[in-house]
Design a protein around this ligand. Structure first.
Ligand code: MRU
Length: 339
């Protein structure tokens, strides 16, 4: 199934619980807005495009559950829901983008039932489009990969981070589909190990060769000449930087030092055309993510912790940005990306 979907019979949001992977594959159902918001905050659903789908479905869920009898009252309920959903994770711009898109779509509705229908239709459209966009982006990006390449990636920018197919892993999937042999090096991605747990799991299911390394090994493998290209996803792209999972910046510096091309794969919905590095809030997560791994204590319980979920990579470290509208190279003129 898709990483996240709308169940039209029960009018609920269903998703694969990514916190349990790879040990357990479990589909959970969010019947209320608070369970959906908890699922977003605790990364049961994660990855910028998947968060976009979650945001859209969140408004559909709120519209379905609201007992408002007038259009004004329903719109007010949805505005509250929109603010609640957006507050769950501030950095990945797709979440707010999708919520705003569904909220905008309801302007075309004529009555309360019409609003409810529009929220579901628009949220479904966002999810369906995500799959089409990733495949298109994948086809463009696949041209940058050569037969026999070893590609390093960070975090999980695969089908679990999107509705399906993936961005960075979508490029790899498309290259493999085109008959190229691609080997992947997956960085573990501390502290929540999306690379070790999810990227490896996804690629092994597709029989794409993958080798797992710790994040701190990226310098070693690039110095050894073991990496031909790096491809990562993005949570938000502003005119000056690319925000992505913490550790991405470090890999970009090492890649530049060793002249390894560093590619970012992301849909246009990940661009924040009005933003810049300092205008964006980087999510700070629970210190216990570093003090514990599951129930296992890894550090003194009262140790002071700094745990930003994302970092910013300056454009000068990036060789190309792959989108559904094509491949963009320096200087990155964001207006050209919009098309
Ligand atoms: O905290 P996460 O797991 O939501 O972070 C995900 C990432 O940083 C991904 O690399 C990014 O969202 C791109 S997903 C196609």
């Amino acid at each position: 199934m898709r990483s996240i979907d709308w169940n039209d019979e029960s009018k609920t949001v269903i998703m694969i619980d990514q916190t349990l992977l790879p040990g357990e594959y479990k589909v959970i159902e969010c019947k209320t807005l608070s369970t959906l918001c908890e699922a977003i905050s605790s990364l049961r659903v994660r990855g910028a495009p998947a968060l976009g789908a979650a945001g859209g479905f969140g408004i559909a869920l709120a519209a379905t559950l609201s007992s408002a009898a007038s259009m004004d009252a329903l719109v007010k309920d949805l505005e509250v829901a929109a603010a609640t959903i957006k507050a769950t994770r501030p950095t990945a711009v797709n979440l707010a983008w999708a919520v705003d898109r569904v909220m905008h779509a309801i302007q075309d509705a004529y009555n309360v039932d019409g609003i409810r229908d529009v929220t579901i239709e628009e949220a479904m459209r966002i999810a369906d489009e995500d799959v089409i966009i990733n495949k298109k982006l994948g086809e463009y990006g696949a041209k940058l990969l050569d037969d026999g390449d070893t590609v390093m990636t960070h975090c999980n920018a695969g089908k679990m981070a999107c509705v399906d197919w993936g961005t960075a892993l979508g490029v790899i999937r498309s290259a493999v589909l085109a008959g190229k042999e691609i080997n992947v090096i997956a960085c573990e991605t501390r502290p929540l190990n999306q690379g070790g747990r999810i990227t490896t799991w996804e690629l092994m299911q597709d029989n794409i060769p993958v080798k797992l390394i710790t994040d701190s090994m990226s310098g070693h493998v690039m110095r050894k000449g073991m990496v031909d290209k790096v491809i990562v996803g993005a949570d938000r792209i502003t005119e000056d930087v690319v925000f992505n999972k913490i550790g991405t910046y470090t890999h970009s510096v090492i890649a530049k030092e060793h002249e390894v091309p560093f590619y970012v794969a992301a849909p246009v919905s990940t661009f924040d055309f009005d933003g810049w590095e300092e205008s964006v809030k980087i999510e700070l997560r629970d210190p216990d993510e570093l003090r514990f791994f599951g129930k296992e204590q890894l550090a003194p319980i009262d140790v002071d912790v700094y745990n930003p979920a994302f970092d910013a990579t300056p454009m000068e470290n990036i060789s190309a940005i792959i989108t559904e509208n094509g491949i963009f190279e320096p200087p990155f003129l964001l207006d050209e990306v919009k098309m």
